[in-house]
Design a binder for this molecule. Structure first.
Ligand SMILES: [Zn+2]
Length: 501
């Protein structure tokens, strides 16, 4: 490749699949021919596919403001290839100065190689045997074969399913801050979660303690919806929103804005036994707090036992695209015993269909009382499938027969007929898009955080129960085996040295 500022010395760039080797400067050109050349070694790849990629690349590259010296500069009307050569050379020069991240040389070792797994990454429609190489906490390679000798440590994943680390969009992971929280790291062995979202455990009054004492000491990546009630769920099991004065828009907005790196928006629980006769007002305040914060925050609204059917529709109508309806398939009745959920007379509420169509996120949030097979089946069959699968795990729900650990809830959706890749997407890339705080969360693409779930896809009859004693049988379920967060496995093999993270 010709360099504009070193006309006598060509540079060689060598990439194999996702691995980009350091550029090598040659002492001289091998002949008088000083044209830049691009060589593709491929199989089953038509030339047109490469041409189309180059065209896309060309249209994305802007011409440099300062023209480079004459060596590589195409004359006016120069060919596309000549222009590309200049662009590629400019990219190579930049690589010397400021690499976006450490480039691995052929002799560099991965900190961890996960070998032999059946890799499933819905974010890139990838399914197949791959070895995954992680270095500096980041996925560096996903190749059909990485020799074990290239890893400082090796995890044998043969016969196992390997996916991006699971992302639990609704969990209660504020231990000591409420009577229901579980330390997120203790959940890892039970559900392969590398990221958990605290669903309103903390409000404006106690979010700082969550940040300083929980997030700072937890290996699992944590994010949060800040409760519109100042005290979050600290009063549990006493309802937090019977007195509307506790829903202070200014305080919540300030907390959301000041913690924009962790705070995804506001949480509000709209059940009659939580808000009494406050009607739609708590949700209005949650939305107002997000808008006032100015961080593009979303509202996560908890339903189940809403006071009236009319209020249920009103809640759905108020949700904005991107807001999250959690416990979407709850079958819990209100205080009078009336079923006010999104399915009425066997059909989804028109407001539920409209919400789904305008981009409200339907989240499972199984929990100890919020997943009813009859509601889920009717909703799924009639246009309201889930976007995200979450656990709503806490110390109470985790001890109920529904066992709402994330992998078990995912297994229930396998039982409902969802294909495996869709189920994994709903617990990886889909919730990662909702979080949207970290590039490439929820994927195994090169450059993504080194978060990996290793599970066993156990074949055989299995029986599930929801939170209303309905049972369903399945033929397969997911069983956690091992979890890696930021390149560091939980448990064996222990990281050497562990103090790095
Ligand atoms: Zn919850």
């Amino acid at each position: 490749m010709a360099l504009s500022d070193r006309p006598d010395q060509p540079v060689v760039l060598h990439g194999v699949q996702h691995l980009f080797h350091p550029p090598v400067l040659l002492p001289q050109w091998p002949s008088e021919d000083r044209r830049t050349r691009m060589v593709f070694i491929t199989r089953d790849l038509p030339q047109e596919a490469i041409e189309a990629t180059l065209t896309a690349f060309e249209s994305a590259v802007e011409e440099p403001a300062e023209p480079p010296s004459s060596a590589g500069r195409p004359a006016a009307g120069g060919s596309r290839r000549e222009f590309l050569a200049v662009a590629a050379a400019a990219a190579a020069t930049t690589a010397f100065v400021a690499p976006a991240r450490a480039i691995m040389g052929p002799d560099d070792k991965f900190d961890l190689v996960i070998k032999g797994g059946d890799v499933l990454d819905p974010s890139q429609s990838l399914r197949g045997k791959r070895d995954i190489g992680i270095r500096y906490g980041v996925i560096e390679a996903a190749e059909p074969e990485i020799p074990a000798s290239r890893g400082v440590r090796v995890l044998d994943a043969s016969g196992k399913l390997v996916t991006p680390g699971l992302v639990d969009l609704h969990a209660h992971v504020y231990p000591y801050g409420s009577a229901i929280g579980i330390p997120a790291d203790e959940l890892v062995g039970h559900q392969c979660s590398t990221t958990c979202v605290s669903a309103g455990d903390a409000g404006a009054n106690n979010f700082a303690a969550f940040r300083r004492f929980i997030v700072a000491q937890t290996r699992t990546r944590l994010y949060a919806f800040i409760h519109i009630a100042n005290t979050g769920l600290a009063s549990f099991p006493v309802a937090e929103l019977t007195n509307i004065d506790i829903a202070n828009v200014d305080a919540a907005a300030k907390a959301i804005a000041e913690n924009a790196d962790l705070a995804l928006g506001a949480k509000v629980r709209m059940s009659e036994n939580i808000i009494a006769k406050n009607g739609i007002e708590p949700l209005k305040r949650a939305i107002a707090a997000c808008e006032k914060a100015g961080t593009g925050g979303r509202v996560m609204v908890h339903i189940g036992g809403v006071e009236t059917r009319a209020l249920m529709s009103e809640i759905l109508d108020l949700l904005r695209p991107g807001d999250i309806l959690t416990h979407a398939y709850t079958g819990a009745p209100n205080l009078a015993g009336d079923f006010t959920n999104i399915i009425q007379d066997g059909r989804p509420l028109p407001a539920a269909l409209a919400a789904k169509q305008r981009g409200v996120v339907f989240d499972v949030g199984h929990g100890g009382g919020s997943f009813d097979y009859t509601v889920a089946e009717a909703a799924i069959a009639q246009g309201c499938p889930p976007d995200t699968i979450s656990s709503d795990i806490h110390v109470f729900s985790g001890n109920t027969p529904g066992m709402p650990y994330l992998t078990w809830v995912m297994s229930k959706f396998l039982g409902l007929g969802f294909p495996l890749d869709q189920v994994v997407a709903m617990a990886t890339v889909n919730p990662a898009k909702v979080i949207n705080r970290l590039p490439k969360l929820g994927t195994l693409q090169v450059g993504a955080p080194g978060d990996v779930a290793i599970m066993e896809l156990v074949e055989g009859p299995v029986s599930f129960v929801d939170t209303r004693n309905n049972t369903r049988n399945g033929t397969v379920h997911l069983q956690p085996v091992q979890t890696v967060t930021a390149g560091v496995p939980f448990g064996r093999p222990y990281n050497l040295p562990f103090s790095v993270r």
